[in-house]
Write a protein that binds this ligand. Structure first.
Ligand SMILES: Cc1cc2nc3c(=O)[nH]c(=O)nc-3n(C[C@H](O)[C@H](O)[C@H](O)COP(=O)(O)O)c2cc1C
Length: 426
């Protein structure tokens, strides 16, 4: 069971782990500034809203994390993400035997907001039928190691997936941990291709299987583990709860939504079309953001009610392209915000816009840190029955307040227009 407390892990990382499952000490992120420099930094921090976050003992300069996918697929692009200032990088999902992963092209299809999907319309939806990494594990591991050597104080998270085989999971965890990565995200959520091998969403959609596999993983892992959830399930809180109960430190949501992008009305073939055929894929980008907000809200409520919010983390994903999109996830209780398709569309420099837009939002509300507003909107979600009760009560209250001035004596010069309006019937 995950028993670490956030603050304790930062100061004394090993203190609360059971001897049988000791998580690795995050050694980075501790300030070693000279005194004069610190005074300067503190003054600057007072003026600028602080975007830094500490999640499961991992310190990040900002909450923006590269989501697993093409933007974390090799050394060159992950290095670019660190150089541009992303808070953390989650690499493309790896498995033991990349030879079993065979991709096809085209594997993406996009939905545009223009009339009849006009080619000029803004891209709002993105479908992919891409599998996990098809690069040899050995190559990916070498690159993780190199990145950690070159960027020891930056957070690199390995995303992993394996077949229903305890020894395979143990070997994969062991091998990725040897590279020095800071945490592991478990891909229990890929909706296409992998479920046919009892991988990805096949595990995330089956709570009994998930419990068993999470048990194996958490008995073995020595770094924090996040379980990445599929939205393609009736109640996403069920697998999220099991992941936390069986020892994961965090939950990430959502992976892509099962989709068919469309049918070509000239050829009558589905898109994306590979040799005349297609298969349902995963939907992402702006169009999934409202769905992701609902899923993240449900998980955040469950975590708040059933788990100590401080001990566990929530990484929100889905359709983030602006600081405002990210602020919404943080207001629901997310600790970090992942971006995948947004980077594919706008490039790695997007993080600078995300940071400055999030700071604009914080300045507007006088928030000096993410913790000042994290989860602030969660309490305003309730049941429909409760909405009906609240509305009935509010109407009764409004009816009880007598409209208008009681006598001509009450007219004032300053409030004259408002006073006139208060006695209008429509
Ligand atoms: C082309 C593509 C490939 C992806 N590959 C992976 C993957 O290997 N592992 C994974 O966990 N998620 C993968 N994802 C899912 C994303 O990490 C993310 O959960 C999803 O796309 C929603 O976020 P977004 O709207 O910011 O893209 C992929 C997404 C896309 C678009």
């Amino acid at each position: 069971m995950a028993s670490l407390r956030l603050t304790h892990q930062i100061n004394n990382p090993a203190a609360e782990f059971p001897a049988t499952r000791r998580r690795r000490t995050p050694s980075h992120g501790v300030s070693r500034q000279r005194v004069g420099f610190r005074v300067f930094a503190e003054a600057a921090a007072a003026a600028e809203p602080d975007l830094s976050v500490a999640v499961n003992g991992l310190k990040m300069p900002n909450p923006f994390v590269i989501g697993s996918g093409p933007p974390g697929t090799n050394y060159t692009v992950m290095k670019r993400a660190f150089d541009e200032g992303w808070g953390a990088v989650i690499a493309k999902t790896v498995s033991l035997d990349a030879a079993k992963v065979v991709n096809v092209t085209p594997r993406y299809a996009r939905l545009r907001a223009g009339v009849n999907g006009s080619a000029k319309g803004q891209i709002i939806g993105w479908e992919n039928i891409e599998l996990i990494s098809d690069r040899p594990l050995e190559t990916m591991l070498k690159e993780f190691k190199q990145l950690k050597e070159e960027y020891p104080d930056r957070i690199l998270i390995a995303s992993i997936m394996e077949e229903y085989n305890k020894a395979a999971w143990e070997e994969l965890i062991d091998r990725v941990e040897q590279t020095g990565i800071d945490a592991i995200e478990i891909n229990f959520s890929c909706p296409h291709g992998m479920p046919e091998r009892k991988m990805g969403a096949a595990v995330g959609q089956d709570c009994a299987l998930l419990e068993e596999v999470c048990g194996w993983i958490n008995a073995k892992a020595t770094v924090p583990v996040w379980a990445k959830m599929t939205p393609n399930i009736t109640d996403i809180t069920e697998p999220a709860r099991i992941s936390l109960q069986t020892g994961c430190e965090g939950v990430a949501a959502i992976n892509t939504i099962m989709s068919v992008m469309g049918i070509n009305l000239d050829t009558l073939r589905p898109e994306p079309c590979v040799e005349g055929y297609s298969t349902p894929g995963g939907y992402s980008s702006k169009a999934v953001h409202p769905i992701a907000l609902a899923k993240v809200m449900s998980i955040a409520k469950m975590m708040k009610n059933e788990f100590n919010d401080k001990d566990y983390s929530l990484s929100a994903i889905g359709g983030v392209e602006t600081g405002a999109d990210a602020a919404e996830f943080l207001l629901l209780g997310a600790n970090t915000v992942q971006v995948c398709t947004g980077v594919m569309m706008h490039g790695y420099g997007l993080v600078k816009t995300l940071c400055s837009e999030l700071q604009d939002f914080m300045r507007k509300h006088n928030f000096s840190s993410i913790e000042d507003f994290r989860g602030a909107s969660l309490e305003y979600f309730t049941t429909h029955t409760d909405l009906v009760r609240r509305q009935r009560e509010a109407i009764q209250e409004r009816k009880a307040i007598k409209k208008g001035l009681q006598s001509d004596k009450e007219w004032t010069g300053d409030g004259f227009v408002k006073e006139s309006e208060s006695m209008v019937s429509n």
